[in-house]
Design a protein around this ligand. Structure first.
Ligand SMILES: NC(=O)c1ccc[n+]([C@@H]2O[C@H](COP(=O)([O-])OP(=O)(O)OC[C@H]3O[C@@H](n4cnc5c(N)ncnc54)[C@H](O)[C@@H]3O)[C@@H](O)[C@H]2O)c1
Length: 277
């Protein structure tokens, strides 16, 4: 084996589908052993069984809002593989771009609490559960961020604020855990995944993949500079490998790599979102 992550051990939240699964499979191919954490036991088991090397994978059923379960996941990973080099915080939900003008106050409040509990608290609790083991290995944390960590219109106010908050976690934790543990992010653009919505909006069964399935040859290209940019999560995994590898990115911390087809250079798509109000 001569991968960039030879002998590494990683724990990936939300590793049962989408970009989390793609990163798990890529890490495995790069020589790592990988624990995947999620809420759906059957889904996680299937990922392990279908993987290239089930002996180097571990499925952990847990909710990222549960601090004790995250501690148990870290302990279980170390028990099975001997150490922890990389934590990928990734489990998340989307608000399906629900604008403030389409909320009543109570639903806004409950949706905020739910999305922030998963997307932000879930990342912070995982980091808290893992940092002691990461100090031992001089390991690192890689957080899945989003174009919504920098720009508007990739979500509604709740999702956008949650992903901006995750960028704040990258920067603050990079400071607090240095010099022993590096903390970085990968700011993904649109990917064809199973990304779900909040239960508070009754959108827990809605999947982003359904909107990709509706696309036809006649569908206009997405409004990003790289029109033909891939939406296959497997094509987004390289930056995770780079940031996880201390040999390849040892001096990088507190940084986010944008893998978004160039959204940041496109300028305004429309002048304002509320011209119809
Ligand atoms: N799909 C996109 O276009 C896109 C773009 C930018 C960023 N992202 C981010 O990528 C990350 C992964 O999402 P994805 O697109 O791969 O979708 P996905 O739904 O395929 O993956 C998310 C995973 O997290 C799990 N999960 C959700 N809530 C959980 C909880 N409370 N506890 C444990 N596991 C939980 C889900 O079961 C799922 O396996 C998210 O943070 C998302 O915000 C996605």
């Amino acid at each position: 084996m001569t991968g960039w992550l030879d002998g590494y051990v990683a724990l990936i939240t939300g590793g049962g589908s989408g970009i989390g699964r793609a990163v798990a499979e890529r890490f495995l191919a790069e020589g790592a052993s990988v624990a995947i954490l999620g809420r759906d036991r059957a889904q996680l088991d299937a990922v392990v069984t279908e993987s290239a090397d089930p002996d180097r994978m571990l499925a952990v059923e847990a909710d990222v809002r549960d601090a004790d379960a995250l501690h148990a996941a870290v302990a279980g990973t170390v028990h099975r593989f001997g150490k922890l080099d990389t934590l990928v915080t990734n489990a998340g939900i989307w608000d399906y771009k629900r604008a403030i003008t389409r909320f009543d106050a109570n639903t806004l409040s409950s949706t905020f609490d739910e999305v922030f509990a998963v997307n932000v608290k879930g990342y912070l609790l995982a980091a808290e559960a893992a940092w002691r083991e990461l100090v031992k290995t001089r390991g690192s944390i890689v957080m899945t961020l989003s174009n919504s960590s920098f720009y508007v219109d990739g979500g509604g106010p709740i999702y956008t604020a949650s992903k901006h908050a995750c960028l704040g976690l990258v920067r603050e934790l990079a400071y607090e855990l240095a010099p022993k543990v590096r903390v970085n992010g990968v700011a993904c653009g649109g990917m064809n995944t199973d990304l779900r919505g909040p239960q508070s909006l009754d959108m827990q069964e809605r999947s982003l993949a359904a909107s990709f399935a509706k696309r036809t040859d006649a569908t206009p290209p997405p409004p990003i500079p790289l029109h033909d940019s891939s939406t296959d999560p497997r094509d987004f995994t390289g930056s995770y490998v780079l940031l996880a590898s201390r040999e390849q990115s040892g001096p990088i911390t507190g940084h986010a790599i944008s893998v978004d087809g160039g959204i940041g250079v496109r300028g305004f798509a429309t002048a304002a979102g509320g011209d119809h109000l």
